[in-house]
Design a protein around this ligand. Structure first.
Ligand SMILES: *Cc1c(COP(=O)(O)O)cnc(C)c1O
Length: 429
């Protein structure tokens, strides 16, 4: 597969953009090679600037649940564009999208739209702190919540310690407001509450952690977070930026039988345009300006084109669409598992609906980040490269998950499985 044009553009981009990219994981740093420049994309297929066609299992990292350039979404955005690209004033699209969000998240009385997942989480955290009048947060090792200062924190040496910043540029005082616990460990969270309970504003978690592998949590564990928050008067924030709108029976909170106080949303909610959102019951949301004192604003918040894309995306997510996502997921599982077993490859497929991850190691897939074997990157990069050569694009990192869209065909998935079979035939590990 020739990538001359991609490589040339990448060399030029290096002069103008940091590392040639605007978001680090696009740089292909953890797998071999340079980023691929896209020319256009339609359905499940992207065409790169060298004319190669690739079956895409990245789907813009989650937003494109209906694939690229869905004709109905394009048409809706195009129509709305005739009326203007940004109003800075209310319009009916905001009401329409909010209604659809509330249908999927019935505990929400009010919704606030922003323009990214990061912004949704950052604002939800501010609201939780404003509501409780407390400063401390608990977050979990292995959960990603966007590049929010107070959440770019990983665990220090012991549980009694506060977190350490996982990026320079984050003030010590900011990090000092964040406590970090491992996932899947009730005792660790209970301990943090016993030590700091009166000062904890919120516990924030991806209920289906999907940014560091797919680390499925036990129901009892999530239930314990709920009861600790209730006991100590803290708010429970579910970050469903990646898991939201992915499941037929509701939010991941619904699936796990747990209602959080605030949910943050992103990705699918904008169907490929920049939308984030957060919502909660009235008592909490009414602390937000203009009704309450907690300030949060946005020039492009509720943008009419973005709302239009979100509305059409959610309308297309009917029961049939969810059934299709699930059955395609099952096809993937049925095809891939025997192939991994046949080759004795130390990687296992973890799948929840249309989200999947190749978990490194032959034992039970982990529920905590520190149990992911350190061989993950090395194992994955060869598989990634081999599949790419055969026209199948997975995320360029062992820790990122794959996405199935409603426009994938069985043949795309079986083709990927077949390619995997061929790759593993010649690989050594
Ligand atoms: C992607 C993601 C974010 C950040 O969203 P952006 O739109 O990239 O800012 C936050 N939380 C979770 C769970 C995510 O998956």
């Amino acid at each position: 597969m020739q990538r001359t044009n991609s490589d040339t553009l990448h060399q030029e981009a290096l002069h103008h953009l940091v590392g040639g990219v605007n978001s680090p994981v696009r740089a292909f740093k953890s797998v071999h090679g340079n980023p691929i420049y896209f020319e256009k994309a339609s359905g499940a297929i992207v065409t790169d600037v060298d004319g190669n066609e690739l079956v895409d299992f990245v789907q813009s990292w989650g937003p494109l649940v209906h694939g690229h350039s869905h004709p109905k979404i394009i048409e809706m955005v195009y129509q709305k564009m005739q009326n203007g690209t940004s109003f800075g004033a209310p319009h009916i699209g905001e009401i329409e999208l909010a209604k659809r969000v509330k249908q999927r998240f019935p505990y929400m009385d009010k919704v606030r739209f922003v323009s990214s997942g990061t912004e949704a989480v950052m604002s939800a955290v501010r609201l939780a702190r404003g509501f409780t009048g407390r400063d401390l947060l608990i977050k979990f090792e292995g959960c990603y919540h966007g590049h929010v200062d107070s959440l770019m924190v990983s665990s220090g040496s012991g549980l009694a310690t506060f977190g350490i910043a996982s990026s320079p540029g984050i003030p010590k005082d900011t990090v000092a407001t964040t406590l970090v616990a491992p996932l899947d460990d009730e005792d660790a969270v209970e301990f943090l509450f016993q030590e700091h309970g009166e000062d904890i504003a919120a516990v924030i978690i991806e209920p289906l952690p999907a940014n560091n592998g797919l680390l499925v949590q036990r129901h009892e564990y999530l239930a314990k977070l709920r009861s600790l928050c209730d006991e100590y008067g803290a708010l429970l924030i579910f970050d469903e930026v990646i898991s939201g709108f992915r499941f037929k029976d509701g939010s991941y909170g619904d699936l796990s039988g747990i209602t959080p106080d605030i949910t943050s949303l992103g990705k699918v909610i904008g169907g490929g345009l920049p939308v984030g959102a957060y919502g909660a019951r009235s008592e909490v949301m009414e602390r937000l300006s203009p009704l309450g004192p907690v300030y949060q604003a946005g020039t492009l918040s509720g943008n009419p084109l973005a709302m239009a894309a979100g509305i059409m995306t959610l309308d297309l997510l009917d029961d049939a669409a969810y059934d299709r996502l699930e059955s395609l997921g099952q096809v993937l599982q049925d095809a891939v598992e025997p192939i991994l077993a046949k080759h004795g490859h130390p990687m296992r497929l973890v799948r929840r609906g249309s989200l999947f991850w190749f978990s490194p190691g032959s034992s039970q897939p982990p529920a905590r980040a520190d149990l992911i074997p350190s061989t993950a990157g090395a194992l994955y990069s060869d598989v990634h490269k081999g599949l790419l050569e055969k026209g199948y694009m997975l995320a360029p990192s062992a820790y990122e998950i794959g996405f199935i869209a409603t426009v994938h065909e069985e043949q795309h998935i079986l083709g990927m499985a077949q390619a995997l079979d061929e790759v593993l035939e010649v690989l050594e590990w």
